[in-house]
Design a protein around this ligand. Structure first.
Ligand code: NAG
Length: 346
């Protein structure tokens, strides 16, 4: 009896798998349609990722050589326009050469985690008018053709974080909104015309000095992340924003001084200078910011807390714009200082 039930159950579950298989096959067939024949592109795998727009993705994570990649994309496909190219966890591919993608175009390129070192000049040139996102992240990227950026007319997001990029990349683009260069040993950045630039991520680089003018004339910029760098001073004219409710992160640097006029235009936003070497929150620098409702995070600095901080301590308005953990060298919290004492002795 038990045996019979078991057989019955087995038969039933087999039926279930037959049903599932049949459905999957039907889907598979639908998915195949705008894609090139699977055998022409293996080990790349093509899928329709959006059945209403027929967006197709090529996943080439399993290619083993650059020639293999190039030979796949040199074939004639029913359509040349791909939505995305994905290469993930590939530790064989070290270079993308010019001409490797033939006439094929992409809207997004995602090459993440792997051994890629070089994107040659012109390597993505078939996609000058289509690429919206370039994401080459967590590889060993050493060379990227930054001088071509202005030719990518739709490019909105450039994410090259956690690589080996060095020097001082120079960027120009009428379309870029988001730039990620976090965790690269770059020692500078030159931002030319970037009218749509909204967010820039530059934490954990080798930047120790920002020349005046680095973050100026960027009308849409409202988020600058410079945490975990080796900045020691901020000179006048370094950051001048034109947006509102913006955020500037300078935490975990070695800042000993911020010049008057170094940080301008942070209306109603947040300024984070935690964990630096600032001994004062100079009135000339911080008062104009607080007058524009900027909230200042200043804990982790060895503040002197003498009369030079009276302007702050004696005003509830300003104190409400300072984080509660900001403290003096003595360890005393700025928020616990007695304003009456400052009124009398300063
Ligand atoms: C892209 O570069 C190749 C050289 O690798 C060149 O033959 C082709 O004309 C270029 N295409 C565009 C659109 O610039």
């Amino acid at each position: 009896m038990v045996h019979q039930i078991f057989v019955l159950l087995a038969a039933l579950s087999c039926c279930f798998c037959c049903g599932t298989l049949a459905i999957e096959n039907k889907d598979q067939h639908l998915r195949d349609l705008p894609c090139p024949p699977a055998e022409d592109i293996q080990p790349c795998v093509c899928t329709v990722i959006d059945s209403s727009t027929y967006d197709i993705e090529m996943d080439c994570s399993s290619v083993t050589t650059n020639d293999e990649l190039a030979s796949i994309f040199s074939k004639d496909f029913p359509y040349n326009g791909f939505f995305s190219l994905v290469i993930e966890n590939n530790y064989d591919l070290t270079i993308i050469r010019q001409g490797d993608f033939g006439q094929k175009t992409f809207q997004q390129i995602h090459i993440t985690s792997g051994s890629l070192q070089t994107v040659e000049n012109n390597a993505f040139n078939s996609s000058y008018d289509t690429l919206r996102e370039i994401d080459v992240e967590n590889t060993n990227l050493f060379y990227f053709p930054f001088h071509e950026l202005n030719l990518f007319t739709q490019l909105y997001r450039l994410d090259l974080q956690n690589n080996q990029l060095h020097g001082s990349p120079e960027l120009t683009s009428l379309s870029l909104g988001y730039i990620y260069l976090t965790e690269n040993p770059i020692d500078g950045i030159i931002l030319n015309s970037l009218p749509l630039l909204d967010n820039i991520y530059l934490q954990s680089t080798s930047i120790t000095l920002l020349p005046p003018g680095t973050f100026t004339d960027l009308p849409n910029l409202d988020y600058i992340h410079l945490g975990y760098n080796g900045l020691q001073v901020l000179e006048a004219g370094t950051i001048n924003l034109q947006t509102s409710f913006n955020n500037v992160y300078l935490y975990n640097n070695d800042l000993t001084s911020i010049a008057e006029g170094a940080l301008v235009g942070l209306k109603g936003g947040n300024l984070d200078v935690r964990y630096n070497q600032l001994t004062e929150l100079a009135e000339a620098v911080f008062r104009p910011l607080m007058d524009d409702s900027v909230y200042v995070f200043a804990s982790g600095n060895p503040l002197d807390c003498g009369c030079e901080i009276a302007w702050l301590v004696t005003s509830d308005t300003y104190m409400n714009l300072l984080d509660d953990d900001a403290s003096c060298t003595s360890g005393q919290l700025v928020s616990e200082l007695d304003p009456a004492m400052f009124d009398v002795i300063c």
